[in-house]
Design a protein around this ligand. Structure first.
Ligand SMILES: CC(=O)N[C@@H](CCC[C@H](N)C(=O)O)C(=O)O
Length: 371
């Protein structure tokens, strides 16, 4: 597929970002593109808002899977694109429009130039939340076509176009979402002694939370707790009766996340007593680490060199990816694809360079051919 065709698909997808398990228009558009490619070698299955496509190999000994995520984020786009998001308050700010386009480009290539092995393309919903990989992995549709080896990519804004990056072992962190609701006795702003101020309780909580990592963990273990959203009260002259904190916990080891949760719950019990309030906790969705198998990263490094793409050894990152669940069951790996954007992932101005689409398609098709 030419760059202009890939650009067109990417821009169409970019305009219709949808949140996890609501990817209805995205699914329709993808199905339209996939059905235009159908031959007797190709079978398509729909799973919730996702899609699975299988291309039968010419002389298969195994099935190779490629997974792409398809959901957008609840972020208000602030680019100057002429093809900006048409869905107010939603944006493909994590590059899933790129991931899907590359998958379609590679699918097109493999249909036109079949390989020996079977290829399965997984268009997976809800990577940003609540997590589509785990239920997809358990679905009958997936189990019928279960790959023997699997891989995925993610765009990397900080890497130049023409560069890919990966590493054996830990690539992405273990994650848990975090939602805390504080409830106490509100009242008039002038009578603090008659109330239990949830703005003050939640503010103290945010500050003290940071000490779980800095003082509760071995400094050689890696972990981060981020509160990305805080809400409390209704009006300037009333003491807030409720407050809500929304955040995420990330760790380099699956056991560390459990340890953090225990400390967090102990802290909650203390805060409930000190601030005479109740605090409820919800861990939302949890993702297992992305752990790459050495053998596949080694193969990938050699392959990158052969196809004229620069390979850079990656550092593990505290980003999360539910693809980790697939790698827990099926051998394989994940890699970063350089897209050179001055704004990073989850930024409302993310602007990946579209030349990277062709490099993505070339890299993915070569992986299918050589794994
Ligand atoms: C690659 C990337 O940015 N992934 C997301 C995954 C979200 C996980 C979950 N919603 C959470 O916040 O814990 C990320 O934020 O790393």
């Amino acid at each position: 597929m030419k760059l202009s065709a890939l650009q067109k698909i990417r821009r169409n997808l970019h305009q219709i970002p949808e949140l996890g398990f609501q990817e209805v228009k995205t699914q329709t558009l993808l199905l339209e593109k996939i059905r235009a490619l159908l031959t007797e070698r190709v079978e398509v299955k729909v799973w919730r808002t996702g899609i699975l496509v299988r291309v039968a190999g010419t002389n298969p000994t195994k099935t190779i899977g490629f997974r792409t995520d398809i959901d957008g984020l609840p972020i208000m786009e602030q680019t100057n694109y002429s093809f900006k998001s048409l869905h107010e308050g939603k944006m493909h700010a994590c590059g899933h429009d790129f991931h899907m386009t590359i998958a379609l480009g590679a699918l097109h290539h493999l249909i036109e130039h079949p390989i020996n092995d079977n290829a399965v393309f997984l268009f997976q919903p809800a990577e940003e939340g609540p997590g589509g990989a785990l239920p997809m992995l358990k679905s009958d549709e997936f189990l019928k076509w279960k790959p023997d080896v699997i891989f995925a990519l993610h765009i990397a804004p900080e890497l130049p176009v023409g560069t890919v990056s990966s590493k054996p072992g830990l690539l992405f962190a273990n994650t848990s979402e975090l939602f805390l609701d504080f409830t106490g006795k509100g009242g008039h702003a002038a009578y603090p002694h008659l109330t239990k101020d949830m703005t003050v309780a939640a503010s103290n909580f945010v500050v003290q939370l940071q000490q779980i990592v800095s003082r509760g963990l071995n400094p050689l273990e890696s972990a981060v707790i981020t509160i990305g959203k805080m809400e409390s009260g209704f009006v300037q002259n009333a003491i807030a009766e409720t407050a809500r904190l929304e955040g995420t916990i990330r760790t380099g080891d699956p056991n560390t996340i459990e340890m953090i949760k225990e400390k967090l719950e102990a802290m909650i019990r203390g805060f409930e007593r000190i601030h005479d309030c109740s605090i409820s906790i919800d861990y939302g969705s949890n993702y297992y680490q992305v752990y790459n198998e050495q053998k596949y990263v080694d193969k990938f490094r050699d392959l990158a060199e052969k196809i004229g793409v620069t390979f850079q050894e990656a550092n593990a990152a505290m980003t999360g990816e539910d693809f980790g669940y697939m790698l827990k069951e099926i051998p394989g790996f994940m890699f970063w694809l350089g897209v050179d954007s001055p704004y990073g992932l989850h930024n409302s101005k993310l602007q990946p360079k579209e030349e990277a689409l062709e490099i993505g398609v070339k890299t993915v098709t070569k992986i299918f051919r050589s794994f």
